[in-house]
Design a protein around this ligand. Structure first.
Ligand code: ATP
Ligand code: SKM
Ligand code: MG
Length: 304
């Protein structure tokens, strides 16, 4: 049997009834939500009229919401969030619950134009996606054909006593088809899809190693960003004429066969990929160098 209220200890009898307490908490919540909407709107320099128009709510309704007097539907709240350029979750999360650091980062990102965000993601992934020490244990060599990735990569792996993985060769062995056949069957897009999956698997399987990747890996931004954020990357570079001479000297007469048109193609590809290859952690220009000279520079770069 329950005790009458007047016999309850003073501490308990002074507490609000559960129903009153709920009403109080709801009112607090609506007030905080309203304040947040207003703050976001003002931070964006948007008038109430503009937000109301974009969210398709009446200005009066929005004013009520901002003062904590209106209890809007979830659908309207979603429209308001969209008009303010935030997610529903962000709208509902009180900044008080956030650390100062998170708030600063969010404000900084809000001020950045959309086109800079991709670069921010890349840098965050590269610098914080993996522990820097872990990332440096996997060295990836990239660059055009004939750059010296296989030659220098094998030497470096032997020197460091780690496995040497040639991504193109792993793909050939997995699929049982030469690269040219994969290209003609599945196209470049198909090859890049396989390349992405293979790279992800190689990264899962190897916490250390030297990896040589195909020159075209830069074609797919997500694969390339993943590579840059998972490995210590070195662009092995050479002059176009030298790329051509080395490939021909190897007896590789694929599309590059010594003619002016192929040379022109090579120059064009190198030029187009230059800004992408330059995103690697380091570059070594092997032009006019012997293999030993380039190797000792690579070794120093990786071990310093
Ligand atoms: N300084 C140098 N550094 C590296 N390789 C050099 C250098 N000078 C000459 N070479 C020669 O260039 C060739 C480079 O071929 P390698 O197969 O290593 O290139 P790759 O970047 O792996 O090309 P691919 O993309 O076709 O696999 C080798 O025959 C190597 O001996
Ligand atoms: O540079 C390129 O575009 C390519 C290089 C090869 O390693 C392969 O990845 C493929 O043949 C494409
Ligand atoms: Mg190679």
């Amino acid at each position: 049997m329950s005790k009458p209220a007047d016999t309850l200890p003073a501490r308990l009898s002074s507490l609000p009834e559960p129903a009153d307490e709920q009403t109080h908490t709801d009112a607090e919540f609506l007030k905080a939500l309203g304040a947040r909407v207003r703050e976001l709107r003002e931070r964006r320099g948007m008038t109430r009229k503009l937000v109301a128009r974009e969210a398709q709510v009446s200005e009066r309704h929005l004013a009520h919401l901002e003062t904590g007097d209106g209890n809007v539907s979830i659908v309207l709240l979603r429209h308001i969030a969209q008009a303010l350029g935030v997610s529903l979750v962000e709208l509902l999360t009180s900044e008080v619950e956030d650390s100062v650091e998170r708030r600063l980062i969010r404000r900084f990102l809000e001020r950045l134009p959309q086109h800079r965000l991709e670069e921010v993601i890349f840098r965050l992934m590269r610098d914080f996606g993996h522990d820097e020490a872990v990332r440096r244990k996997r060295v990836a060599l990239l660059g055009l054909r004939g750059a010296g990735k296989s030659t220098l990569g094998a030497m470096l792996a032997a020197e460091l006593g780690v496995p040497f993985i040639e991504l193109d060769k792993v793909i050939v062995s997995d699929t049982g088809m030469p690269i040219s056949e994969i290209f003609s069957l599945y196209g470049q897009a198909g090859y890049r899809r396989i390349e992405k999956q293979t790279l992800e698997r190689v990264m899962r399987d190897h916490t250390e190693g030297v990896i040589s990747v195909g020159g075209g890996i830069v074609a797919r931004p997500d694969t390339y960003d993943f590579l840059l954020s998972s490995c210590f990357t070195v662009w092995v570079k050479a002059q176009p004429e030298e790329h051509m001479a080395r490939v021909i000297a190897q007896g590789d007469m694929r599309p590059m066969a010594g003619n002016d048109e192929a040379m022109e193609d090579l120059r064009r590809i190198l030029e187009a990929r230059e800004p992408l290859y330059s995103r690697a952690d380091h570059t070594i220009d092997t032009s006019g160098e012997t293999v030993d000279m380039s190797f000792s520079r690579l070794k120093q770069l990786v071990t310093s």
